[in-house]
Design a protein around this ligand. Structure first.
Ligand code: FES
Length: 104
């Protein structure tokens, strides 16, 4: 049995939206312009963030902006709900809250 985490979601429909580059934890990644950040991130990896108490991987729950399980952070520390945020070219997100003194 493989222990390497893979994507948690797979797009079933071929999208004709343009591909854009975003940055996740400092790593460039390709996403479709306009898709939700949640789909883009889970299509690339196995978590949006880690749970604050036990570090367990989180991937969202309600997928409609109600549960707050999909928080991710922008470089300036602003939180975003990944499920209700659309991907735009050049966005930079983190899977953990930045340290207050971090200037990335
Ligand atoms: S998954 Fe519930 S608010 Fe985003």
């Amino acid at each position: 049995m493989s222990t390497v985490p893979g994507p948690l979601v797979r797009r079933l429909l071929q999208r004709d939206a343009p591909r854009v580059v975003i940055e996740i934890d400092g790593v460039a990644a390709a996403a479709f312009a306009g898709e939700s950040l949640l789909v883009a991130m889970l299509g690339l990896g196995a978590r949006l963030r880690s749970h604050e108490l036990d570090g367990a991987p989180r991937a969202g729950f309600c997928l409609m902006g109600a549960c707050q399980d999909c928080w991710v952070w922008q470089a300036d520390g602003t939180r975003l709900r990944a499920c209700t945020t659309r991907v735009v070219a050049g966005m930079r997100v983190r899977t953990a809250a930045p340290d207050p003194g971090d200037d990335a």
